[in-house]
Structures are given as structure tokens and as C-alpha cells.
Design a protein around this ligand. Structure first.
Ligand code: ATP
Ligand code: MG
Length: 341
């Protein structure tokens, strides 16, 4: 049985970018494949403080993160759906330490997210931030996961995971790890033309990021719906005066069309056809603002209906499963590297 796996860091409130790029894609896949695949949706809580956070809020955020998975439509009554916390499956950390020694400094240094994040936060570049793609490789390889629904920004880390898996399989002359599918195969599996990248509302040359300090650049899943609508109305577009779906020359307005399609469930080509060539950006913005605020209202209502006890029950089952699978794989690796017989 295939494993489809993804995790969303809970350092800050997730955004509609995370929802579109990660939650929604994963949940569509889960609903389509849960009969014949394991669906692992975990909370990478050890990744939460690779950049500085308020630690007094972390535990509550993790619990909320689980509620978000459920509210986004993950069917927790399906026995193939597994929700777990990375920190509650110690094999993740143990494998990461081993993988560190099969990852070259030079290749880790090439990761563009590390470069971007270090520039954003030059006073807080930790070894944890540098090393996080290797922990991410452990997250994936422990479960022999093949399909990893990710936003476009994460594909470089997936490529690193593949390189480590192939390297170790060759070195130890056995199929220690399943090599995850390539970017092209992943995107095809998700029925997409390419990876998704929702842009910042204030600077559409950049992606929307939950850790951004610029509140207007992002819409968080806990934003007040009316305030979120205002952010859409004041989103940066362009001065060309004609709506066109063109991510290169008109990324702002194209981003709004993408958000509209993804959150309303309409085909993007429909949205493009409705607006292409029109001059009034305001009409499109109003429709997107309505879609976003309705989406947030409904989503937040669903979150409020999930209790902490529901979360505990789901985690208990998920972590029992995850520990079993992960420990078995860790033992195989420990044997290969000579730590156990
Ligand atoms: P941070 O600023 O803390 O890195 P982030 O918004 O980039 O936050 P991550 O936790 O790094 O979020 O990523 C979680 C998932 O969301 C990943 O699968 C990532 O590819 C996806 N994702 C992140 N940003 C976007 C975006 N703007 N559009 C689509 N998908 C995204
Ligand atoms: Mg990120």
C-alpha cells in the first residue's frame, strides 16, 4: 500500500496559501485514495522553532493544527488516515541524526529556503534551521512515503530527500528506503500542472508566508472574515488596466484569480474566462473578498465544533500506528549502519 504524507508546521497561524497548497491538495488526495493508501498527515512540531516563536503558545497551536486537519475535511474515522505529532514519534529525531552523516554540507548549503530565511532573520540563524530539510527527509523516509503533497517552495527539499535515499540505498546495497516520487510525478499525481504558490498580497513577486511580519501580506485561517476581505480589496495588483492571467507580468491579479478558483472550487479556466480582458479590477477583488470571507467563516465554524478530546483520541491512534511503522524502519537503518545486529 502506498503512503501519501504531508505535514504543516505550526509556528504561526497557517494562511490560505498553506490551505490551498498543502491542506486542500492533501485532503483531496486523502479522499480519493484512502481506500488503498495510508494517509499520514502529521504535525511537524519539532520544525516549529527552527525560526523563533513564542513557546508558551506552541502546545495549544499543535492541538489547533490537528483541528485544522479535521476541519479541512480529513476523514478521521477512516482507519487508513493517521494524524500524529512528529515529537511523539522519537524515531524522526533519531533517523535525522543518522541521515545527517549521509548528507553533504555543500548540498545542504544549497537549499534556497535556508538562504531566504537567514536573510529575513539574520540574527537568528540556528543550526536547527540549517538542518531542518534533513529532519524533513527523516519524516518522509521513515514511512516509505511516495507521494508528498507540497507547495512549490518545498520541492528542493524533496529532491534532497530523494538524493539521500538513493545514496543510502546504493551504499548499503539494499532497498533501505522507498525513493519518493519526483516533482513531476508528484504534480501529476495531484492532478496539477505545476506546484501551487499563492503570492503575498502586498508583494506578489514573493509567496505568501505565515511567518511574514507584514500582516497585510497574508490571510490567516483565524483572521476575522471582514478584515480578510479588506486585505483582498487592498491587495497590490498592477497598473496595466486590463485583467489577464499572467503570473509573470501581472502576478497580483493572477494570484487573486487563483485564490478565487481554489477556495470556491471553480475551475481556474472558468474564472479566467469570466474576467480576462475586463478593466475593473475592483469587481474581481470584490468577488474574491466575498469568497475568502465565506470560506473563513465556514472553516472557523467547523474548527469550533472539534473538541480537545476528539484531538486526543485521534492522536492516540495515530501515534500508536506511526511509532510502530517508524520504529521498524529505524531498526532496519540501525542494522544497515551497524548500530544493531
Ligand atoms: P513559513 O513562513 O513559516 O515557512 P510557510 O507559509 O512557508 O511558513 P510552511 O510551514 O513552510 O509554510 O509550509 C507548509 C506547507 O504549505 C508546505 O507544503 C508548503 O509548500 C505550503 N505552502 C507554503 N506557502 C505556500 C504558498 N504561498 N502557496 C502554496 N503552498 C504553500
Ligand atoms: Mg515555508
Amino acid at each position: 500500500m502506498k503512503t501519501i504524507l504531508t505535514g504543516i508546521r505550526v509556528n504561526e497561524e497557517p494562511t490560505i496559501g498553506n490551505f490551498i497548497g498543502a491542506y486542500k491538495t492533501m485532503i483531496n488526495l486523502a479522499n480519493e485514495h484512502a481506500a488503498d493508501a495510508h494517509i499520514n498527515m502529521f504535525i511537524p512540531d519539532l520544525h516549529s522553532f527552527t525560526t523563533p516563536i513564542d513557546h508558551s503558545k506552541l502546545y495549544a497551536q499543535v492541538i489547533k493544527g490537528v483541528k485544522y486537519y479535521i476541519a479541512a475535511g480529513l476523514d478521521v474515522n477512516n482507519p487508513n488516515v493517521h494524524i500524529y505529532r512528529q515529537s511523539h514519534v522519537p524515531a524522526h529525531s533519531e533517523l535525522a541524526i543518522i541521515l545527517n552523516c549521509f548528507t553533504y554540507y555543500g548540498e545542504a548549503k544549497r537549499m534556497t529556503q535556508f538562504k531566504d530565511k537567514s536573510e529575513e532573520n539574520p540574527e537568528a540563524i540556528t543550526v536547527g534551521l540549517f538542518d531542518y530539510p534533513i529532519l524533513m527527509a527523516a519524516d518522509i523516509l521513515l514511512y516509505d512515503a511516495e507521494i508528498i503533497p507540497l507547495g512549490e517552495d518545498q520541492f528542493q527539499h524533496l529532491e534532497l530527500t530523494r538524493d539521500i535515499a538513493i545514496r543510502m540505498n546504493n551504499k548499503f546495497e539494499r532497498e533501505l528506503f522507498t525513493v519518493p516520487a519526483s516533482e513531476k510525478e508528484q504534480v501529476a499525481f495531484m492532478n496539477l500542472e505545476k506546484g501551487l504558490r499563492i503570492r503575498s498580497l502586498t508583494d506578489p513577486s514573493k509567496k505568501m508566508s505565515k511567518s511574514s511580519k507584514d500582516e497585510k501580506s497574508k490571510i490567516s485561517l483565524s483572521d476575522d472574515p471582514a478584515a480578510a476581505a479588506k486585505k483582498i480589496m487592498s491587495a497590490t495588483t498592477d497598473s496595466l488596466g486590463k485583467i489577464n492571467f499572467d503570473m509573470i507580468n501581472q502576478p497580483g491579479i493572477s494570484n487573486l484569480m487563483t485564490i478565487e478558483a481554489m477556495l470556491s472550487g471553480r475551475d481556474i479556466h472558468d474564472v479566467i474566462q469570466q474576467y480576462a480582458g475586463l478593466e475593473r479590477y475592483g469587481d474581481l477583488k470584490q468577488e474574491v473578498a466575498r469568497t475568502v470571507s465565506t470560506f473563513l467563516e465556514e472553516f472557523q465554524q467547523r474548527v469550533a465544533q472539534i473538541s480537545d478530546e476528539d484531538v486526543e483520541r485521534v492522536l492516540e491512534q495515530g501515534e500508536a500506528y506511526a511509532n510502530k511503522v517508524a520504529n521498524a524502519k529505524l531498526a532496519e537503518v540501525q542494522r544497515a549502519v551497524g548500530l544493531i545486529r
